[in-house]
Ligand binder design. Structure first.
Ligand SMILES: *Cc1c(COP(=O)(O)O)cnc(C)c1O
Length: 382
């Protein structure tokens, strides 16, 4: 499809090209010095002690659960309104997924009250997701975690560089997980990052990332080690130097690009409010410094969403849905039945959510065009 205005677009320039060429010239392609620098810079920007780069965001989520010792018999609370990987990562460990509802039709992050009502004697952790890079109610959620002795894993796939009360999203809980998939605020094609302030968890994550081995190929190349022990059932979830090199360039642009996303988001909010006040634009009261990853709107009652999306497509504008709620998927039928009646806000939002184009290179004129197209599509009764 040749979209006039696509849903998202990368910001790649000559620097990414040069960075990759440097790695190719160096002849060292697996996790090494460039990855270490990428991790250090990511940790510095997010003011966190440890950052570990991995193959993708899903691997980060899986390692987080594994390092916390989550397994069969344990329950982990997770919002249903997130990407399926958030819940899948829990199931990889053999633990049980328990769904929680969102906060409201304008705050699509998981509801602290819903988390509390989902807690049982088997609950070990909450895996939350900062929807579109807007912060969950972390003060309240950390309080719940402390009083019930629960681990907190933050799916911060949308939230690189975003903060609340001066603290970065992904660094409130025990482990934070980021994704650098192609459509994220910073990308390496495929890639991810784990962050933690715990030395013990960082050690575990480091070992689990690379086959459970106590030393790395890089250490042996450096002459630091001759052999290794295997102390855990680990995985190969490593990143490579090519991706880490792209990541360093993308990280350097992150704050600037997030700011640009913020400007465009405000322009969308103002324009939509003026042209189509019947459309709900969530997160207008958002606290902190959001990541503005995507631009969700809620269509008015009675609007046919598929028809709306087709009308937008006819004028070359790509839209999407974030997300079909996980509890609607076939493989989550059992968990869905257990959550029956507890996910009413998720149901309400999931039926009418549409995501509009948002990326740093979008122009003000593009935003006005999209907003006018939204108005036409709704008023012509699509
Ligand atoms: C992108 C994304 C993931 C998965 O990340 P990958 O790098 O694609 O594995 C997980 N959770 C959320 C909310 C995401 O948006």
């Amino acid at each position: 499809m040749n979209w006039k205005i696509p849903l998202s677009d990368v910001d790649f320039g000559v620097e990414e090209n040069l960075a990759v060429q440097e790695v190719l010239k160096s002849g060292w392609l697996t996790m090494g010095e460039v990855t270490q620098k990428f991790e250090q810079e990511f940790a510095e920007l997010h003011q966190v002690k440890h950052a570990l780069a991995v193959a993708n965001g899903t691997a980060a989520l899986h390692l987080a659960c594994t390092a916390l010792g989550i397994g069969p018999g344990d329950e982990v609370i997770v919002p249903s309104l997130t990407f399926v990987a958030t819940a899948n990562a829990i199931r990889y460990t053999g633990a049980t997924v328990v769904f929680a509802d969102i906060t409201s039709s304008t705050d699509l992050c998981v509801s602290p009250a819903s988390i509390e009502s989902a807690i049982s004697s088997a609950t070990r952790a909450v895996m939350l997701m900062h929807y579109a890079g807007y912060a969950c109610d972390m003060p309240r959620i950390m309080e719940i975690a402390r009083s019930h002795k629960l681990w907190i894993v933050e799916d911060a796939a949308h939230a690189a560089g975003a903060s609340l009360n001066g603290r970065f999203l992904g660094t409130f809980g025990d482990i934070g997980c980021y994704s650098f998939f192609s459509n994220k605020n910073m990308t390496t094609g495929e890639g991810g990052m784990l962050v933690t302030n715990s030395d013990e968890l960082a050690d575990k994550l480091r070992i689990l990332r690379s086959h459970g081995m106590t030393t790395l190929t890089w250490d042996r190349h450096q002459g630091h080690a001759w052999s290794y022990d295997v102390v855990a059932l680990g995985y190969n979830y490593r990143i490579d130097e090519l991706r880490a090199a792209i990541g360093r360039v993308q990280l350097a642009k992150l704050n600037h690009n997030n700011k640009r996303r913020g400007e465009l988001t405000r322009l969308y909010q103002e324009t939509l409010q003026e042209l189509v006040p019947e459309v709900i634009v969530p997160f207008q009261e958002a606290k902190g410094l959001p990541g503005y990853h995507i631009m969700p709107i809620l269509l008015p009652t009675g609007t046919d969403r598929i028809k709306f999306m087709e009308t937008m497509k006819a004028v070359g504008i790509q839209t999407s849905i974030h997300y079909p709620p996980i509890h609607h998927f076939s493989i989550y039928l059992a968990e869905s039945q257990k959550a029956a009646g507890r996910l009413s806000l998720t149901e309400f939002v999931a039926d009418r959510e549409v995501t509009l184009p948002l990326y740093p290179k979008l122009s003000h004129d593009d935003v006005l065009q999209v907003a006018r197209a939204v108005q036409r599509a709704i008023r012509t009764g699509s």
